[in-house]
Ligand binder design. Structure first.
Ligand code: ADP
Length: 216
């Protein structure tokens, strides 16, 4: 039987890496909800919409159409934005727009519709608590700040980006604080979520742990 899987947790805990592999293994659909917030942030940057102007950002939602294909590519109004939305500038704008109620209502609605097909794995901050409170399996994926910073550092190096471990660590700590303390849907563990601390686990070990939970 195909189920819905919710994966939540702080940034760089390894959610999307795990969700992608698990989706492939189970032939499930993977929905990267963070990418959807990035699309809204990117649209605002591209169209000179003042990110601080909640009214203006909320109005802009009418012009935004987001689609995903089976290769995890994401399209904003028909244009493939999978790469451009990964820029640091877009991360920051996504973080700002995700604090607006209208943006969350807009995207949560779409995420629920996308998930309605069954056999889905969604990763984000509020999947188990808000988007899919009835998901059959909820994972709360964590790792120590040091571990997450080191992983991000290696990832940046691999991508040929400059990386400063201390700076990355500070950035992660700041985002943790913002994610956990915002008014709308703050990051928190759903009561029925299973905590997976991946600090001392390899990717393969985490994947195996999740697959085992799916079987149960
Ligand atoms: P999230 O989606 O939670 O922000 P990612 O999946 O992007 O996190 O993972 C962040 C980085 O850490 C990636 O470079 C990824 O390859 C690496 N990573 C994730 N999980 C593990 C793990 N268990 N062991 C080693 N590296 C990992």
């Amino acid at each position: 039987k195909k189920i819905s899987i919710a994966v939540d947790g702080p940034s760089a805990a390894g959610k999307s890496s795990i969700a992608k592999i698990v989706a492939k293994r189970l032939d499930y659909i993977y929905i990267d909800t963070g990418a959807m917030y990035r699309c809204v942030g990117y649209y605002c940057l591209e169209n000179n919409i003042d990110l601080k102007d909640e009214q203006a950002v909320s109005q802009a939602l009418k012009q935004i159409k987001i689609e995903m294909d089976s290769n995890n590519h994401i399209f904003l109004n028909g244009q493939d934005v999978s790469q451009v939305i990964r820029q640091d500038q877009v991360s920051m704008s996504a973080s700002v727009v995700s604090s607006y109620q209208a943006v969350r209502t807009f995207l949560v609605e779409q995420q629920r519709q996308m998930a309605n097909v069954g056999g889905v794995i969604l990763d984000g901050r509020d999947i188990g608590t808000v988007v899919l409170p009835n998901a059959e399996l909820k994972i709360y994926q964590i790792a120590s700040v040091d571990t997450r910073a080191k992983r991000r550092y290696l990832e940046n190096q691999e991508r040929g980006l400059t990386a400063d471990l201390e700076l990355i660590k500070k950035d992660i700590e700041q985002r943790d604080y913002q994610d956990m303390n915002r008014d709308i849907s703050p990051l928190k563990q759903a009561e029925d979520a299973i905590v997976l601390d991946t600090s001392a686990m390899t990717l393969q070990e985490v994947v195996d742990a999740v697959l085992k939970l799916v079987e149960e």
